[in-house]
Ligand binder design. Structure first.
Ligand SMILES: [Mg+2]
Length: 434
C-alpha cells in the first residue's frame, strides 16, 4: 500500500496574519519585526519580497528597500498562535496525527490516503487548502509525496498559494536536479565534503555507491542521506507536543582544544539555536550547553535566567559563561546549545527580535526613556469606547491615528485622537480575530 505524507506551510504567515486582521494592509508590502537598531525582519509579505526583502534581513536594510506604501508592524505572537490553532484544527479534522514543526508548518499522514491514487491525493489537498482559506482566511501551500522529505521540498516548490503532489515512483527524478543543500541534514560542512568529490546535486548523491557516501559523510549519516537522495524516506510522521526546547549543535572536524576557539564556535551555535527560537515565536528561560569530549563522554550544564527572553546577546552570553576550558579534558568533539523553559512572549511589544550579533559584555549607559502609559506607538492594539477595536496607524505631536478594523470588518476608517483621549485604551491583540 502506498503511503502519502503531506507538508503544509502557511504562506508568509506573520505578514499574512497582519494583512488578514488589519484589512487595509492587504495587498501592501508589510514587514513584521523589531524596529530597534538590531531589529530583523521576522515576516515579509509577498508584496515586499518583490523589492528584494527577505525574512531575517536586518530591518535597517529592509527599510531602505521598502516602497512608500510599505508598513512595518511589531510582531503579535498571541494573534499568530491563535490563528495557528485555527489552521491546525482544520487539518486535524482530516488528519488526526500532526507533526508540528512551527506555528505555520506541519506534517501529516492522513489515514484516508493510504493506497490513494494521485488524483485522490490531489483533490484531498486541494479541498484542505480551500477549507483553510474559507475557515481562517489564510493561504496554505501543500506538498505531498511518499515521505516527509519529498513533501517538504514539494511544498517549497508549490509556493506561493500552490499545491504539488509528487507521483509515486518519480521521487528520484524529482530530486535529481536539486542542489544537495535541499536535503535536510546537509549543511555547509557536508556540502563542502560532497563538492570536494564532485557531488553538487541530489542526482549525483543518489548515484554514489554506498561505500563512497559513507566514506565522505560518515557511517550512519552517509547511508541515510544517500537513501533520501534516491527518494526512499520511511521516517514516520510523529505527533509532537508543544515545543519544549530549541537547539543547535555541531560536530567538529577536528577536536577543539582551546577556550577561545570553543567560545567562538558556541557563539555561532547560539545564533543558530536563536533563529529556531524566533521561528517558534518563543522566549526562553533556560540555556543548556552540551559538550562531548574526545573520549565521547558528554557533559551538559544549564543556567536559568531571571526572566524569559529572546535576546540573543543575553542567551549567547549565558551559554559562554557555562563553557569549560577544553584544555582540562583534552578536547571537545561536539558542542550544542539549547534554549528551554519556552513560553509565548507575554507582552508582544517587548519582543525585541534582536538581529544576530556578537554578544558583548560592555555596558551601554543611556538615560531611561520617560515612561508614559498614554504614549501610543504604531501597531498598538486599541479599543475605543465608541468605535471599538482598532490599531494605531501613526502617532506623534500629541495625536494618534487609529484604524478601526478586524478580520471580519473589511478595510476600516481611520480617526485621529489626542494621545491622552481617555476613551482610548489598550486592546487585546486577539480582538482583531473576532
Ligand atoms: Mg510558512
Amino acid at each position: 500500500m502506498s503511503r502519502w505524507v503531506i507538508h503544509l506551510d502557511l504562506d508568509a504567515f506573520y505578514a499574512s496574519a497582519e494583512q488578514l486582521t488589519r484589512p487595509t494592509l492587504a495587498g501592501r508590502p508589510v514587514l513584521v519585526g523589531g524596529t530597534g537598531p538590531r531589529g530583523v525582519v521576522a515576516g515579509a509579505s509577498y508584496e515586499s519580497r518583490a523589492f528584494g526583502i527577505r525574512s531575517a534581513m536586518p530591518m535597517a536594510q529592509a527599510r531602505r528597500l521598502l516602497p512608500a506604501n510599505g508598513v512595518i508592524v511589531p510582531p503579535r505572537f498571541r494573534v499568530y498562535e491563535r490563528l495557528s490553532q485555527e489552521v491546525f484544527a482544520v487539518v486535524t479534522s482530516v488528519a488526526p496525527v500532526l507533526e508540528k514543526i512551527s506555528l505555520d508548518e506541519a506534517f501529516a499522514e492522513p489515514p484516508s490516503l493510504v493506497g490513494a491514487s494521485l488524483d485522490e491525493v490531489t483533490s484531498f489537498c486541494a479541498s484542505l487548502r480551500a477549507r483553510i482559506r474559507a475557515e481562517t482566511g489564510l493561504v496554505a501551500s501543500i506538498g505531498a509525496g511518499n515521505g516527509k522529505q519529498i513533501a517538504k521540498i514539494a511544498s517549497d516548490e508549490a509556493k506561493p498559494d500552490g499545491l504539488l503532489v509528487v507521483p509515486q515512483g518519480t521521487e528520484r527524478e524529482f530530486l535529481a536536479p536539486l542542489p544537495v543543500r535541499a536535503l535536510w541534514g546537509i549543511g555547509p560542512v557536508a556540502e563542502g565534503k560532497l563538492r570536494f568529490i564532485g557531488v553538487q546535486t541530489l542526482g549525483q548523491l543518489a548515484a554514489l555507491s554506498e561505500p563512497d557516501a559513507v566514506a565522505t559523510l560518515g557511517g550512519v549519516v552517509g547511508r541515510d542521506l544517500r537513501r533520501l537522495a534516491t527518494g526512499v524516506d520511511d521516517r514516520p510522521v510523529a505527533g509532537r507536543a508543544e515545543t519544549k526546547q530549541v537547539s543547535a549543535e555541531t560536530t567538529f572536524d577536528t577536536d577543539i582544544k582551546d577556550l577561545a576557539s570553543l567560545r567562538a564556535e558556541v557563539r555561532r551555535i547560539a545564533v543558530g539555536a536563536h533563529q529556531r527560537l524566533v521561528k517558534a515565536g518563543r522566549v526562553a528561560r533556560t540555556v543548556v550547553i552540551k559538550l562531548r569530549h574526545t573520549d565521547m563522554h558528554t557533559v551538559t550544564r544549564s543556567e536559568t535566567i531571571s526572566a524569559p527572553t529572546d535576546d540573543l546577546a543575553e542567551l549567547a552570553a549565558t551559554a559562554e559563561r557555562l563553557l569549560i576550558d577544553p584544555a582540562e579534558f583534552g578536547g571537545i568533539r561536539l558542542a550544542g546549545v539549547a534554549y528551554s523553559g519556552l513560553s509565548v512572549p507575554h507582552q508582544d511589544a517587548l519582543f525585541s527580535l534582536a538581529a544576530p550579533s556578537v554578544p558583548s559584555t560592555s555596558t551601554v549607559v543611556s538615560a531611561p526613556a520617560p515612561a508614559a502609559p498614554s504614549e501610543w506607538r504604531q501597531g498598538d492594539d486599541v479599543v475605543h469606547e465608541e468605535f471599538g477595536t482598532g490599531w494605531v496607524q501613526g502617532a506623534g505631536h500629541g495625536r494618534v491615528t487609529v484604524r478601526f478594523e478586524r478580520r471580519s470588518s473589511g478595510p476600516g476608517v481611520a480617526r485621529t485622537f489626542l494621545q491622552s483621549d481617555p476613551a482610548l485604551t489598550r486592546g487585546d491583540p486577539r480582538d482583531c480575530l473576532s
